[in-house]
Design a protein around this ligand. Sequence first.
Ligand code: SF4
Length: 119
Amino acid sequence: MTKKMVCIECPKGCVLEVDMDAKPVKITGNKCPKGIGYALSEMEDPRRVLTSSVLTESLELKLAPVKTDRPVPKKELSRAMEEIKKIRLKRAVSAGDIVAENFLGMGIKLVATREVGLV
Ligand code: SF4
């Protein structure tokens, strides 16, 4: 069986073909070695950096944009969104400030991606 996927490690977006029946698995279509690592990671433990927004109180914006500082396992993304919905940011932040430590109990930080000041 051959599985196709698009490498998202850079804007080139190479279309990778993974021959799952080959031993070891054969990966083609990558224009650089990163594509091999991406394909292997996608098959074994797919992860994504999560970008979203948290609700604020008494700040100039009702929503503050955030992202995880590391990729989150794809299977945890729904739980991550549920946790993000519970957060209420009540202090001014600058880009890079930590909004939540040990997010999901996985040692991942949720960080602000822009400055949000007080009203
Ligand atoms: S395989 Fe290399 S060149 Fe192609 S999208 Fe991935 S990182 Fe970019």
